[in-house]
Design a binder for this molecule. Structure first.
Ligand code: SF4
Ligand code: SF4
Length: 442
C-alpha cells in the first residue's frame, strides 16, 4: 500500500464531504487515538454514504487505515445504522484487527459527530469543542475514500442522493460543478409541478431557490418537495412570524429542551429559555448565551415541539447575534453526567420522524448508479471549504485536463491560508472566471 501524507491530502483538495468542508489535511495533521468513520447518515431519504461504503468498501477501509497512520490512532471504527445488515456483514468480513463496526440505532441525529463520539466511545466533547478534544478524529465515508486516493487523484467527483418527488430516487456519481437540475433530471425528473429543492437534507439542509446551483465537494443530496410540504412551508416562514407566533403560543412545556441532543449531552443549551426570551423582545436579541451551543439539528422545531413552533430559528438568531457581539462564556457550564441519565431513551426514532414530516409517501431507496454523469460544462467554485476562497490559477482560454488545479488557497506570509485547492472535473477550455466560479466547457 502507498503511504499517503497530509501534504497529499492537501494537494488532492480533500475536504469533509459530509458537512461544512473542513480541510482534511488539517485534521490529519493532529494526534488522536481513534478515527471514527461517520456512515450514520441520519438525514431522512439520503443513502449515499451507505451506498459508497457498499461499492467502495476496500477504498474506505484503506482511507481509514491511512488516516489512522497519520494521526497515530490505534483503533478505527465505522459507525453505521444497525438496520444495514448486509453492509455491516460486508465490513466485518474485510476489516483488519485494528478496526471494527459500531451498529447505531436508527434515530436522529445519530450522525452528529458529538452524538456519534458519545455513542461509540462514551466520550463527551465539551461545549464549543471538537472531537480532537477527546482524542478522536471523525471523517465521513466519502472523505475516507478521497484520503485513500489522495496520492493518485484529486477530488473531482461527488456522490449525492436525489430523492423525494422524483421518478427514480438514486445515488449519483457526478463531476464536481454540474448543476443540481442536471442531477434531478438524471433521477428521471420530478413527479410534481411545484418543485422545491432541499439541498443537503430536510433537517439540516437549506431551501435552494436556484435549481442551477453547482455541485461542490460538500453537496450531499437534493430532496424534491412541493410547495405545500411542511418542510418547505417552515423554511419559508419569516422571522417576524416565527417570533410573533412563538411569543404567543409557547407554553414553556420544555419538550424542545428535554429532547435536544446537545442538552442531553450536558451542554448548556436550553431552547425553551430562548423561546421565553421572545416575551421580552421579538428581535432575537442575544440574551440567552447557551444558544451558542445549538448545532442547528432542527429536532426541536420539526419533531419535539407539540405546537409546531420554531425554537431552532430562535436559537440560531440568538446565536448569530452572540457571535456578532463576540459574547460567549469563557468556561461554559457543563454537566458531563447527563448523557448517562437521559440520552438513550430520548432519541428520535427515524420512522416516527419521517411520519411526522410526511416523508413516508416517498420511496426510501437510493441505489448507486456508478457510471459518472456525463457533463459538457461545469462551474468549479473557488470556495468549497471552510477557510479562505481559492485564487484562480488559470486564465480564460487555458486548456485544462480533468484534475488540473484551477484554484489554490492564497498564501499569506509564505503560508497557504486555511483551505484546499480546487481542480477541473472535466477536460476542456476555461470559458469564464466570474463570481468566484471557474467555468470549463468541452
Ligand atoms: S416545545 Fe414548543 S411549546 Fe414547548 S417550550 Fe419548546 S417551543 Fe415552547
Ligand atoms: S436545533 Fe434545537 S434540538 Fe437541535 S441543538 Fe439546537 S436547540 Fe437543540
Amino acid at each position: 500500500m502507498s503511504r499517503v501524507t497530509p501534504e497529499h491530502v492537501f494537494q488532492a483538495g480533500v475536504v469533509g464531504a459530509g458537512g461544512a468542508g473542513f480541510p482534511t489535511h488539517v485534521k490529519l495533521g493532529a494526534r488522536a487515538d481513534h478515527v471514527l468513520i461517520n456512515a450514520a447518515e441520519c438525514e431522512p431519504l439520503l443513502h449515499k454514504d451507505k451506498e459508497v461504503l457498499r461499492e467502495y468498501v476496500d477504498g474506505v477501509i484503506e482511507g481509514t487505515a491511512r488516516a489512522m497512520e497519520m494521526v497515530g490512532a490505534e483503533r478505527g471504527v465505522v459507525g453505521i445504522k444497525e438496520k444495514y445488515h448486509a453492509v455491516i456483514d460486508l465490513l466485518r468480513s474485510k476489516l483488519p484487527a485494528s478496526m471494527d463496526v459500531a451498529p447505531l440505532r436508527d434515530a436522529y441525529p445519530a450522525g452528529d459527530e458529538f452524538i456519534m463520539v458519545y455513542d461509540i466511545l462514551g466520550r463527551v466533547i465539551p461545549p464549543g469543542g471538537i472531537p480532537l478534544a477527546v482524542g478522536t478524529v471523525v471523517m465521513n465515508v466519502e472523505t475516507a475514500l478521497n484520503v485513500a486516493r489522495a496520492d493518485q487523484q484529486p477530488v473531482t467527483e461527488k456522490f449525492l442522493s436525489i430523492a423525494g418527488a422524483v421518478a427514480e430516487p438514486v445515488t449519483l456519481r457526478v463531476p464536481v460543478g454540474v448543476t443540481l437540475a442536471e442531477c434531478v433530471a438524471a433521477a428521471g425528473g420530478t413527479t410534481i409541478d411545484d418543485v422545491n429543492y432541499m439541498g443537503g437534507g430536510v433537517m439540516m439542509g437549506y431551501l435552494e431557490e436556484n435549481h442551477d446551483a453547482l455541485v461542490t465537494k460538500t453537496t450531499g443530496g437534493v430532496i424534491v418537495l412541493g410547495d405545500d410540504h411542511v418542510v418547505v412551508r417552515r423554511r419559508r416562514q419569516t422571522w417576524n412570524d416565527v417570533a410573533r407566533i412563538g411569543r404567543s403560543a409557547c407554553d414553556q412545556c420544555s419538550y424542545c429542551t428535554e429532547l435536544c441532543p446537545r442538552y442531553l449531552l450536558g451542554h448548556p443549551i436550553e431552547p425553551h429559555l430562548a423561546m421565553r426570551s421572545l416575551e421580552f423582545n421579538l428581535v432575537g436579541e442575544a440574551n440567552v448565551i447557551g444558544t451558542a451551543y445549538c448545532c442547528e439539528c432542527n429536532l426541536c422545531s420539526l419533531y419535539s415541539c407539540p405546537e409546531d413552533l420554531d425554537p431552532k430559528n430562535v436559537c440560531t438568531q440568538n446565536k448569530r447575534r452572540l457571535a456578532a457581539e463576540k459574547r460567549r462564556w469563557e468556561n461554559p457550564p457543563f454537566n458531563p453526567r447527563r448523557p448517562e441519565l437521559h440520552m438513550e431513551n430520548r432519541k428520535a426514532p427515524m420512522g416516527r420522524l419521517m411520519q411526522k414530516l410526511g416523508l413516508k409517501r416517498f420511496r426510501n431507496v437510493g441505489p448507486l448508479r456508478d457510471e459518472l454523469l456525463p457533463a459538457r460544462r461545469v462551474g468549479i467554485k473557488l470556495q468549497q471549504h471552510i477557510g479562505a476562497p481559492c485564487e484562480s490559477s488559470v486564465a480564460v482560454g487555458d486548456r485544462v485536463e480533468r484534475g488540473t488545479v484551477v484554484g489554490r488557497p492564497p498564501v499569506n506570509d509564505g503560508k497557504p491560508a486555511l483551505g484546499a485547492p480546487v481542480h477541473a472535473s472535466i477536460a476542456g477550455a476555461v470559458t469564464a472566471i466570474e463570481d468566484g466560479v471557474v467555468w470549463i466547457e468541452q
